[in-house]
Design a protein around this ligand. Structure first.
Ligand SMILES: *Cc1c(COP(=O)(O)O)cnc(C)c1O
Length: 432
C-alpha cells in the first residue's frame, strides 16, 4: 500500500479499544470493512482532513453528510461561537428554533410544521410512532438495505422463505419489535404491491435517494408507486431525507423527484455538523404531537441553540447556485472516476452531492446486488486511496459526500490518486 504514517493513530486506537467498544463510538468509523485500523482526526479545513500524525486527505466522508460546506466554514463557526457565548442550552424555547422551522418549511413543500430532535434515529422513531397513531395501524413496510437509524423496529431484516414478518437484524432487538416491520426489496414493484395488500401498513418508510447500501436510486416510476400505494391503502409515506435533504436540491429529493411525503425525516445537513434532526409534515398531522396532541415525544437537547445556529447558518448559505455548483462538482468527480477505473469493472452511481463506486460488472439496483459486489477489491482500492491522500467512506455500502468546499484542485488530486489506486490493484479475472 502507498505510505501512510499512523503511529499516533495506532497508539490512540490501542487505548481506545480498552475504553470504547471496538475503539469507536459508531461502527463504520472502525474501518473494519476495508481491513485497516481507523485514523484519528486532529482537524478539518474546508475539503480536507488532517489526522493526528499530520497526514492530509481530501475528505469524502464529511462527517457522513452534514458538512455540505466542508469543515470549519467561517460562517458556521461564527454562528456557533455567537450562540455559545449566550449559553449552551436552556430547556426553554428560543428564536432560532422558529427561524429554522420557517427556513425548512420554505424549502420543503410537504413540511408545514416540524419537531426537532438530536438525531436522525429519534426523528425516524417518532415518525413511525406518529404514523401509527394517525392510522391506528401497526405494520411498517421498509426496504432491504435502507437505514433509518438504530431504532429497534427498523433494525429488521427480511425473513427467509414465505415468512413475511421481519426478523431482528441485531441481537437485543425483540421478535416483537422486528415483527411489526415488513422488509421488501428496493425497486421491486410486485413485492411492494403484495406487501401493501397483505399488511395494510401504517406507513411505508423509504429513503427517496437510498445511500446506505451505497447510492442506489429508484428506478423510473418506483417513487411514484410508493406514493400511489400509500394513498390507495390509507398508509402514510415516510420519506427519510436525512441524507438527501438539503443536499440533492434546495428542497431535497422531494423537489428533485416531485414525489411528496406525508412525513419527512431530516438530519445531517440540518444540523450543520452539530447534533440536530427533525421530522415534519402537514399541520394536521404534526399537531398530533405533544403538547399540541396526544402522541408523546420529547428531548432535553432538542432544538439546542448551538445546533440550531449551525443548521441555520448552513441552510442560509445554500442558495440555488450552491446546488448547481455541487451537482457540477459531483458530475466531474463521477465522470473522472469512471475514466480512472480503466478496465476495472466498476459502476459509478451518482446524484447531486452523492456518489458510490460499486465494484460490480453491472448497475446496482438492490441491496442484494450491492452485497454481490467485489468487496475485497473495493477495500484494497480504499486502502490505496488513503495512502495517496484521499479519504473515502471506508465501506462499499456508503456514499461519498463531495461538498461545496471541494474545488477543482481537490477533484484533480482525487482523480490522480484514484487512477494510481486502480492501477495498484491486482487484475482480477472477470466473472462469467
Ligand atoms: C444517518 C441516517 C439516519 C440516522 O441519523 P443519526 O443522526 O445517525 O441517528 C437515519 N436515516 C438515514 C437515511 C441516515 O443516513
Amino acid at each position: 500500500m502507498a505510505s501512510l504514517t499512523d503511529s499516533r493513530s495506532a497508539e490512540l486506537y490501542r487505548r481506545a479499544q480498552s475504553r470504547l467498544p471496538g475503539g469507536v463510538n459508531s461502527p463504520v468509523r472502525a474501518m473494519g470493512a476495508i481491513g485497516r485500523d481507523p485514523l484519528f482526526i486532529d482537524r478539518g479545513e474546508g475539503a480536507e482532513l488532517i489526522d493526528v500524525d499530520g497526514n492530509r486527505f481530501v475528505d469524502y466522508v464529511c462527517s457522513w453528510g452534514p458538512l455540505i460546506h466542508g469543515h470549519a466554514h467561517p460562517a458556521v463557526l461564527d454562528a456557533v461561537t455567537a450562540a455559545a457565548a449566550k449559553g449552551t442550552s436552556f430547556g426553554a424555547p428560543t428564536a432560532g428554533e422558529v427561524e429554522l422551522a420557517e427556513e425548512v418549511c420554505s424549502r420543503v413543500e410537504s413540511v408545514e410544521m416540524l419537531r426537532m430532535t438530536s438525531s436522525g434515529t429519534e426523528a425516524s422513531m417518532t415518525a413511525v410512532r406518529l404514523a401509527r397513531a394517525a392510522t391506528g395501524r401497526e405494520k411498517i413496510i421498509k426496504f432491504a438495505g435502507a437505514y433509518h437509524g438504530h431504532v429497534d423496529g427498523l433494525l429488521a431484516q427480511a425473513g427467509s422463505g414465505l415468512a413475511t414478518q421481519a426478523l431482528p437484524a441485531s441481537p437485543g432487538v425483540t421478535k416483537g419489535a422486528a415483527g411489526d416491520t415488513v422488509v421488501i426489496a428496493w425497486n421491486d414493484p410486485d413485492a411492494l404491491r403484495a406487501a401493501v395488500a397483505e399488511h395494510a401498513p401504517a406507513a411505508i418508510i423509504a429513503e427517496p435517494m437510498p445511500a446506505n447500501m451505497g447510492l442506489v436510486p429508484a428506478r423510473a416510476g418506483f417513487l411514484e408507486l410508493l406514493r400511489e400505494q400509500a394513498d390507495a391503502s390509507g398508509a402514510l409515506l415516510i420519506l427519510d431525507e436525512v441524507i438527501s435533504g438539503f443536499r440533492v436540491a434546495r428542497g431535497g429529493a422531494q423537489e428533485l423527484t416531485g414525489v411528496p411525503a406525508d412525513i419527512t425525516v431530516m438530519g445531517k445537513v440540518i444540523g450543520g455538523g452539530l447534533p440536530a434532526a427533525a421530522l415534519g409534515g402537514s399541520t394536521e398531522l404534526m399537531r398530533m404531537l405533544a403538547p399540541a396532541g396526544p402522541v408523546y415525544q420529547a428531548g432535553t437537547l432538542s432544538g439546542n441553540p448551538l445546533a440550531v445556529a449551525a443548521g441555520l447558518a448552513t441552510l442560509r448559505l445554500l442558495d440555488e447556485g450552491s446546488y448547481v455548483r455541487l451537482a457540477t462538482t459531483t458530475d466531474r468527480l463521477a465522470e473522472g472516476l469512471r475514466t480512472a477505473a480503466g478496465g476495472h469493472p466498476v459502476q459509478v452511481q451518482s446524484a447531486p452531492g452523492l456518489l458510490t463506486v460499486f465494484f460490480s460488472e453491472g448497475p446496482v439496483e438492490s441491496f442484494a446486488q450491492a452485497q454481490a459486489c467485489d468487496l475485497e477489491s473495493h477495500a484494497a482500492w480504499c486502502r490505496e486511496l488513503l495512502g495517496r491522500g484521499v479519504y473515502p467512506p471506508p465501506s462499499q455500502f456508503e456514499a461519498w459526500f463531495p461538498s461545496l468546499a471541494h474545488g477543482e484542485e481537490q477533484i484533480e488530486r482525487t482523480l490522480l490518486a484514484a487512477e494510481a489506486a486502480f492501477a495498484a490493484l491486482p487484475v482480477r479475472e472477470p466473472t462469467a
